[in-house]
Write a protein that binds this ligand. Structure first.
Ligand code: KG4
Ligand code: ZN
Length: 356
């Protein structure tokens, strides 16, 4: 079965053609990073406008690269949520239009379920039961996955997502955008033990996360030393490093210590979940899964526990439409039918399971 996937939940416009939920025939991603970069975060209105501009060419290119036209596609899958409503509606509108015009089945999928299923697009897919950590700019969730249609949310962030903490700390320090990428890079030359930032493990046995405290701890640490009247951002780089000289440590040390604290908690909770649910495989996805220190630490810890770890390649970790096509394929296998055309975008998906 050949599925055309369409994704527009945040700041990437993507389309992909996937065969049988596994073989990627094409995958096109148009990133909006340059558009949002001056603002240090995604501006929803700009995101929707850009989706409108590029979505038709992106879908055409995906079909063209796969060497197919719409008549060769068996179904169309589109991200229904969670995400920015204005952005989601662009993908949904195009998917409905294509499905209506071509008479193909249309299936609406959960973006987070897509992130989990991205791992199954790799050459050797994971074996169930799986523990999946989905860690991105909007989410930090742990799922117990028993099979394609049995996905249970077992842990989630109670405040900021891990990627959001990276982005906010980078914005505060004026390091650049996207924050996670810059901090990852800067942290390479820093000392991860320079500052002991707090790790929020929450109640004993909890698989939930909390990252707002560590972000505040970074802000408080810097404000203790740096004399700046600026509100949201401390403006270190704008001042050519003059403000940075007031710090007792290098900026790289702050980046490395912050990153280490976030990674410590992500790794500890993922290992606990894997042990508690007797996982045969641990899967990590979402933009933060590209973090070099997280990848290194997960590899070490999983090897120590004797658990196979699946870190999908970077382009499958970040937002893409191949994962949407894969999720659509499995949903069609399960339900067999087409969705009604009157479904709407869902900005916040109910928490119980990824797919419910
Ligand atoms: O999954 P994604 O592309 O988009 C969604 O949020 O859905 O994730 C983007 C997030 C951003 O917060 C970005 O700062 C973070 O992933 N990120 C990273 C790295 N690369 C991207 N965080 C830490 N280290 C990285 N190397
Ligand atoms: Zn995502």
């Amino acid at each position: 079965m050949i599925v055309l996937g369409i994704e527009s939940s945040c700041d990437e416009t993507a389309a992909a053609v996937v065969e049988d939920g596994h073989r990627i025939l094409s995958s096109v991603v148009a990133s909006q990073t340059a558009i949002h970069s001056p603002y240090g975060g995604v501006v929803p209105e700009l995101a929707s406008r850009q989706h409108v501009k590029v979505i038709v060419p992106v879908v055409s290119e995906a079909l063209q690269r796969a060497g197919l036209d719409l008549s060769a596609v068996d179904a169309i899958a589109v991200t229904q949520g969670p995400g920015l409503v204005g952005s989601l509606l662009v993908g949904i509108g195009v998917a409905k239009g294509l499905a209506y015009a071509s008479g193909k089945p249309l299936v609406a999928v959960n973006h987070l379920e897509g992130h989990i299923l991205a791992a199954f697009l790799e050459e050797s897919p994971p074996s169930f039961p799986v523990i999946a950590l989905v860690v991105s700019g909007g989410h930090t969730n742990l799922y117990a996955v028993n099979n394609y249609s049995n996905v249970t949310l077992v842990g989630r962030t109670r405040d900021d997502a891990a990627g959001e903490a990276f982005d906010k700390v980078a914005k505060f320090l004026d390091l650049g955008y996207p924050g996670g990428v810059v901090i990852d890079e800067l942290a390479r030359s820093g000392n991860p033990s320079a500052i002991s930032f707090p790790r929020a493990y929450l109640e004993k046995d909890s698989l939930d996360f909390s990252f707002s405290g560590i972000k505040t701890a970074v802000v408080n640490f810097v404000r203790k030393y740096v004399d700046s009247n600026k509100g949201g951002s401390i403006g270190i780089s704008e001042n050519n490093g003059d403000l940075a000289k007031q710090l007792p440590v290098q900026l790289a040390d702050i980046a490395a210590s912050f990153q280490e604290a976030v990674v410590d908690v992500l790794v500890a909770k993922t290992c606990s979940a894997a042990q508690r649910f007797d996982a045969r495989q641990v899967v990590v996805a979402g933009g933060v899964a590209a973090n070099s220190r997280l990848r290194e630490r997960l590899r070490e810890e999983m090897a120590r526990l004797g658990l196979p770890l699946m870190l999908p390649r970077a382009e499958l970790c970040t937002d893409n439409a191949a994962m949407v096509a894969a999720a659509g394929f499995h949903q069609l296998e399960k339900t067999g039918g087409s969705w009604d055309f009157d479904f709407d975008a869902i900005s916040r998906w109910p928490d119980k399971t990824a797919g419910s």
